[in-house]
Design a protein around this ligand. Structure first.
Ligand SMILES: Cc1cc2nc3c(=O)[nH]c(=O)nc-3n(C[C@H](O)[C@H](O)[C@H](O)COP(=O)(O)OP(=O)(O)OC[C@H]3O[C@@H](n4cnc5c(N)ncnc54)[C@H](O)[C@@H]3O)c2cc1C
Length: 452
């Protein structure tokens, strides 16, 4: 019997995971990407012993399923766990990096919050919960539940770290579902979290999410994922010229490797939300995904700088440092990459990856390198005691990097659900649905195999 066929448009980790899962279900899969390489926003560049990631520096493995997949594609031996020292998370506070308190004693002592701010945080279980049909922004939710200090000193920076976003334009129930769900189920975020923890401890599902990278850098992940597709390896540098539906999906594409067309039973669109509108799709499918095309993407630059270790005064004993808006810096935060994972810099050197732009200051992301680098150096000198010039520099720019689960996200999800009902042979996946983390993207890609 002839195999069923699937077309996957987009060879980022979402598309690659979907292609793998469909291949395992017996589909013959064609993966098309317009980029010269598979992996989407994930690539690693290496020069003189310094590694720089274009996007993802750390992969949070969210489930046993994703861990099993990583093993299945032969990456288990290359997994690098984040070092013990990387457990500390710093927040910039009053111009100084302050570690996030991890115990009650540290909480009592931390300068991150004033005594009144600490009291306000502890009163969270007494705050009335939001009505189930409310749609508060992260700012409204955090301010109401934890107080203004918590918002301005920590959460503002936390959401800049995950989404490069602004707390006033992210919807809490979609941008950070655990918060909303804990509050709704337990009457308070804290009580709901305790309840959920107890439930998990007594259940079979004891998987503990892991933060990892790979020996050769994050780029190893999509490289191995593409390799695992065997003869269904992605066609890159490809331009889709047509997608129509006549009983089956008919598509045509053009690339230096091949100009071809074919018919498919299943169509998987694994491109970013803002690229959906550019696909050569017309008619009712294009109308159905129109509300998703408007999902905003935060512009973000990732700048990795390498220094002599002796040129950085800070011990770099942590994961990195997040920067709240009120600190008025040019960076959203910086990762202490060479403290987290070995072989990111030659012996005696260290790398820092800084993020610039986001929804907070999109104009900074558009500046040329020779204006951004001195600005970042000024921040690093002041905040971490960096002196001397960087011996390694690498900037990656994403004009739309991270999708925003914004205040209209509920309506966008409704459109997605309608689309699923109307077009049962189409799957839409990507970081704009079900979480922006690369681990979430892989998990949701694998789930496409459960559906078809
Ligand atoms: C700067 C930055 C830092 C990040 N840091 C982290 C982190 O530390 N940890 C973490 O978990 N996540 C992080 N992320 C998020 C994570 O990397 C992404 O959410 C995830 O990799 C997205 O994968 P994707 O496959 O959905 O999309 P993408 O990687 O964007 O892939 C989409 C693919 O679709 C292709 N495409 C688009 N249009 C077409 C078309 N018309 N025809 C053919 N192909 C097309 C593109 O070329 C691309 O290859 C970061 C993201 C950025 C931008």
């Amino acid at each position: 019997m002839e195999k069923k066929k699937a077309l996957v448009v987009g060879a980022g980790v979402s598309g690659l995971a979907a292609a793998y899962a469909l291949g395992k279900k017996g589909y013959s899969v064609k993966v098309i990407d317009r980029n010269p390489h598979a992996g989407g926003v994930i690539t690693t560049s290496e020069e003189n012993g310094f590694k720089a990631e274009s996007g993802t520096n750390t992969l949070m493995i969210p489930s046993q399923r994703v861990l099993d997949f990583i093993k299945e594609i032969g990456l288990e031996r290359d997994i690098l766990s984040a070092s013990e020292t990387a457990k500390k998370r710093f927040f910039l506070h009053g111009g100084k990096p302050v570690a996030m308190p991890m115990s009650l004693l540290e909480f009592i002592k931390t300068p991150l919050f004033s005594p009144l701010g600490k009291l306000r945080l502890m009163l969270e279980p007494l705050v009335k919960k939001f009505p189930a049909d409310a749609n508060p922004s992260v700012e409204e939710f955090v301010k109401a539940r934890f107080g203004r200090e918590a918002l301005e000193n920590v959460f503002d920076a936390f959401f800049a770290g995950i989404y490069a976003g602004r707390t006033d334009s992210l919807a809490v129930k979609y941008a950070f579902p655990p918060f909303w769900n804990f509050e709704q189920s337990g009457g308070s975020v804290v009580l709901g979290a305790i309840k959920a923890r107890r439930k998990k401890a007594s259940s079979e599902n004891l998987f503990k999410p892991m933060v990892v990278s790979f020996a050769g850098g994050m780029g190893e992940l999509p490289r191995k994922m593409a390799e695992a597709l065997g003869e269904d390896a992605p066609v890159v540098n490809a331009r889709l010229t047509q997608i129509d539906f006549e009983g089956k999906w008919q598509a045509a594409w053009s690339s230096p490797q091949e100009d071809d067309c074919d018919e498919f039973d299943v169509l998987v669109l694994a491109v970013p939300a803002w690229d959906l509108a550019k696909l050569p799709v017309g008619g009712t499918l294009a109308e159905a995904f129109e509300p998703l095309c408007g999902i905003p993407g935060a512009p973000i630059n990732s700048l990795t700088l390498g220094f002599k270790r002796s040129d950085i005064a800070h011990p770099l004993d942590g994961f990195g440092m997040l920067v709240p808006q009120k600190e008025k810096c040019s960076i959203l935060g910086t990762l202490f990459v060479s403290s987290m994972f070995k072989e990111r810099a030659p012996t005696g050197y260290a790398t820092l990856t800084c993020y610039i732009g986001g929804m907070r200051s999109p104009e900074l992301a558009a500046l040329p390198d020779d204006e951004i680098i001195p600005m970042v150096m000024e921040d690093l000198g002041r905040l971490l005691g960096v002196s001397g010039s960087p011996v390694f520099k690498r900037m990656f720019r994403h004009s739309k990097g991270i999708p925003q689960y914004d205040m209209s996200y509920g309506e966008r999800l409704e459109a997605l659900n309608t689309l699923r009902e109307k077009f049962p042979s189409v799957a839409l996946i990507g970081s704009y649905i079900g979480g922006v983390g690369a681990g979430n993207c892989i998990e949701n890609g694998l789930k496409v195999g459960d559906r078809f």
